[in-house]
Design a protein around this ligand. Structure first.
Ligand code: DGL
Length: 273
């Protein structure tokens, strides 16, 4: 395996850019090939079988780019597909669930942990299982917050509508006296300040994107697979973006949240893979 190959990162759309952004910050020497499945999102309301099929296709596409490892940046795809794809692929694949669960366990003092995410992620119970496996006896309270995704995609990061929906969704978790809350969906770190205001200063917010980048760094180091040529590459070569639809809209969103302008996004037909 070539240590100077890129890391493949994928998500149902733009949300996984919050994970790519963390990898860029924490592993600036690595190259990234990002795929956003903008033609077929949202994944959060789709069945397990469908999300597994989509994930398998995307992994086949990323492997045509000879990636050395894959990060499933999407919480829903990590919940549904990680175990399945790991059974057949021979490169390291990591999801976001374990990293987020570990950080939540470390942050919680009273053993009451909240998890918010899509319907798929919450109903799958993967966060709850991962957290309880790591620390038996803790209580985990899940809450699906489906409206957060479109609010973020509309750019309503600081908006009274987002405040109102946040209060309604999170009231239930506040009443359980949780002291840490996993932002278990790629989009939620972008409305972190709203969620923090709703939950109050006693609740630690856990961003699995950050923890996933930490896990990736540890993994690459342990395999001695760190890239040593990424730092000298022009940014358009170092970071490449592919989508299944709406390339210009994706590019504008990516430019707004990533440190460097995204000059090119290539649309591919993912159904061919
Ligand atoms: N990326 C998805 C996740 O983290 C959210 C958007 C979707 O439903 O596709 O679960």
């Amino acid at each position: 395996m070539d240590k100077n190959a890129a890391i493949g990162v994928f998500d149902s759309g733009v949300g996984g850019l919050t994970v790519a952004r963390e990898i860029m910050r924490q592993l600036p020497e690595e190259k990234i090939i990002y795929f956003g499945d903008t033609a077929r999102l949202p994944y959060g309301s789709k069945s397990k079988e469908t999300v597994i099929r989509f994930s398998e296709q995307i992994i086949r596409f990323l492997r045509t780019k000879d990636v050395k490892a894959i990060v499933i940046a999407c919480n829903t795809a990590s919940s549904f597909a990680l175990d399945e794809v790991r059974k057949v692929e021979d490169i390291p694949i990591i999801g976001v669930i374990n990293a987020g669960a570990r950080a939540a366990v470390a942050a919680s003092k009273n053993g009451k942990i909240g998890v918010i995410g899509t319907e798929g992620t919450i109903n799958s119970g993967t966060y709850a299982k991962a957290i309880m496996d790591m620390k038996p006896g803790v209580e985990v309270f899940g809450k699906a917050c489906p409206l957060f995704v479109p609010l973020v995609e509309e750019g309503m990061f600081h908006d009274t509508v987002t405040d109102e929906i946040s209060s309604r969704y999170l009231q239930e978790l506040k009443s359980k006296y949780i002291d840490s809350l996993v932002l278990g969906c790629t989009h939620y770190p972008l409305i972190r300040s709203t969620i923090a205001r709703t939950m109050g200063s006693d609740v630690t917010l856990v961003n699995p994107a950050y923890e996933t980048a930490v896990q990736l760094r540890t993994l690459l180091r342990s395999m001695e697979m760190n890239c040593d040529e990424g730092r000298n590459l022009p940014v358009e070569e170092k970071y490449q973006f592919f989508v299944s639809d709406m390339a210009d809209k994706f590019r504008a969103f990516a430019t707004a949240i990533l440190p460097d302008e995204v000059k090119q996004t290539i649309k591919i037909n993912i159904e061919e893979y």
